[in-house]
Write a protein that binds this ligand. Sequence first.
Ligand SMILES: Nc1ncnc2c1ncn2[C@@H]1O[C@H](COP(=O)(O)OP(=O)(O)OP(=O)(O)O)[C@@H](O)[C@H]1O
Ligand SMILES: [Mg+2]
Length: 486
Amino acid sequence: TDEAAGKLVSYSARLQRKATEQLIEMLTSGSERAFLLSLYVCVESESLEKLDLLTDIVVSKLNEVRLKPQIAYERMDAGLRSCAPLGYNLLNVGRNMTSSSLAATFPFVSAYLEPQPKGILFGENQLDGMPIICDIFSKSFENANGLVLGMSGSGKSFAVKTILSRALQQGIDMIVLDPSEEGEYEILTTSLGGRIIEFSEKSDAFINPFQITEQSYDEKLFFLHSLMRFFVSELTDEMKDLLDEAFESIYAKRGITHDPKTWGKEAPTLSDLYSYMEKERKSSFARRAEAATAVSSSLRRFVKGSFSFINKQTNIKKLDGRFITFKIGSLPKEVRRVMMFIILEFVYNRMRRDLRKKMLVVDEAWKLLQTESEEGYILNIVKTCRHHNMGLVLITQDVYDLLTSKAGKAVMANSSWQLLLRMKPSIIDDVAATFKLNETTKNYLLTAEPGSGLFFVNNTFIPLKNIVASDEYKLFTTHPEDRRVG
Ligand SMILES: Nc1ncnc2c1ncn2[C@@H]1O[C@H](COP(=O)(O)OP(=O)(O)OP(=O)(O)O)[C@@H](O)[C@H]1O
Ligand SMILES: [Mg+2]
């Protein structure tokens, strides 16, 4: 109006008018809404002096962001009641705000995971203290598989033990493959009423990898070929052909063929394969004899030597019980890897028919994946276990090897959730590149305390802290000091 009357109007008044017009337009068009906002800041302290000091700090911090707070002198009671989460606004001092300005006042923004009703408590969101409750078997996930990565001592096994004990309470069955020398899952298993199946040179549990149980004849052969990679590091085409013939022949000798009716017969053993190779060493074809010699010499100590306990018929009848731990840590290192693979196949096939939710935990999983090719048997399990309602949880400290190998990448692509714990500086850049981490999260992972890390799920990551009660701690710890005391 002043302008219309030909008077001089200040620049700031013109700007204000323009802003008001814009606001009216946004409100009428519905792109913004108007709110009345009251912002309370509650300052608490144990003494009056400290309270005054803290109040000054809070006021100056608010001034820094151009907020001018009013201290509620003489009306403290109404102020305190308004700060309680009861929905009272007793001081009723407010300011108009548009939707976008209001959104900007939310002080803490963090990735949020809607707690899922049948979920497992993975830990606490370090940004807002919210519990991270995730149902890995829900339909919103492609599969229930997970990966737990971090350096030694970062709390991988500990975190998995936490998850495992909570999952059991949610009705999820549990199978653990524990290759640690100290048998670190033993205390937990027995305390939770689980069963331990131990494989050692003295124990009397055996699995014959040649026995056909739930799988088909062809699947068994696929497995046996993968198994041979654990005995013979470099399998040539010549050896593969020879093995093909050998398998057919030793099964046929026991009356086992492609016909499912024959699969229940007593299976051949490693000895039969060894004898076949010994015979072929005398072959008149030089390359064939050479291949047979290589295979038979790598099998010899598993048949004749001190490792011959894997050369026996399966005597584990039933895998009943909700929690089973396979303990293999007292086996010599050379056999541990082979045994892990044999148990994995055994468990997987026994569990196929059973559609109850179950988790299969493999600690120190890199041992298994080391020799795995892209089309290998383990990846087949990783990709198909969801059909049997099984979630595979792989734990490894060999993060670099996992991230850079083809098999590792395939495992990663087929796991719905990942838990990254503290990482070594030497590999942090590779981790950051794989998981697209920024500098802050990189630094966080470099210095994270045991049990703290990043939880990746549904393309978001949440800084997580795994918090346990003291009773749980005693069951989960591997710290020598804790074990000495307890
Ligand atoms: N959430 C946690 N709260 C408290 N302490 C923890 C937590 N996680 C781990 N720790 C401590 O760290 C120790 C080592 O953890 P853990 O055995 O899980 O390491 P790891 O990552 O599995 O190492 P490795 O790769 O050598 O097996 C535990 O024994 C425990 O004392
Ligand atoms: Mg561990």
